[in-house]
Design a protein around this ligand. Structure first.
Ligand code: CMP
Length: 136
């Protein structure tokens, strides 16, 4: 049975700054994740705070919001079979130190903060996150 779904991906400032956008997008394409929308934007700290509000109780919240708004990012809608779980597998563990070989964070991540990419962690959050950046 086909289970085509959509997820939200963000290429974070550290990766955009190092011109890794195309390489990361090629990894998605090679893994059958189709990029159906993509745009480069620079958000405010307030917008980052709204996007990451599920983390508002965490001690790293303020730094996280400052970081996501520190430079241009590329936001994308990815579509494919089990895309939420597949994207998380391709990204690797949140902390690049713990990420498996050949995952995006292992290849390009610099630290737990500068970990190059974000991906939705559930189908429900994917819908909310897609709507956040791609409201018609
Ligand atoms: P991301 O998948 O974008 O979701 C929240 C982000 O918070 C995460 O990636 C990390 O970059 C960042 N972060 C910073 N410190 C931590 C931490 N201790 N645990 C989890 N995420 C953290």
């Amino acid at each position: 049975m086909s289970n085509v779904e959509r997820t939200l991906s963000i290429i974070k400032p550290d990766a955009v700054e190092r011109n890794l956008t195309q390489e990361i997008q090629n990894i998605f394409s090679k893994n059958n994740l189709k990029i159906v929308e993509s745009k480069k934007i620079h958000i405010t700290k307030e917008e980052a705070a709204e996007f990451y509000k599920v983390h508002q109780s965490k001690q790293f919240y303020s730094d996280l919001c400052s970081y996501l708004s520190s430079g241009p990012i590329v936001v994308m809608i990815l579509e494919g079979e089990n895309s939420v779980a597949l994207n998380r597998k391709i990204m690797g563990a949140t902390d690049p130190k713990n990420a498996e070989d050949n995952t995006i964070r292992k290849l390009y991540g610099l630290s737990i903060d500068k970990n190059s990419v974000h991906g939705s962690d559930s189908i429900e959050n994917a819908k909310t996150e897609i709507n956040f950046f791609f409201k018609d």
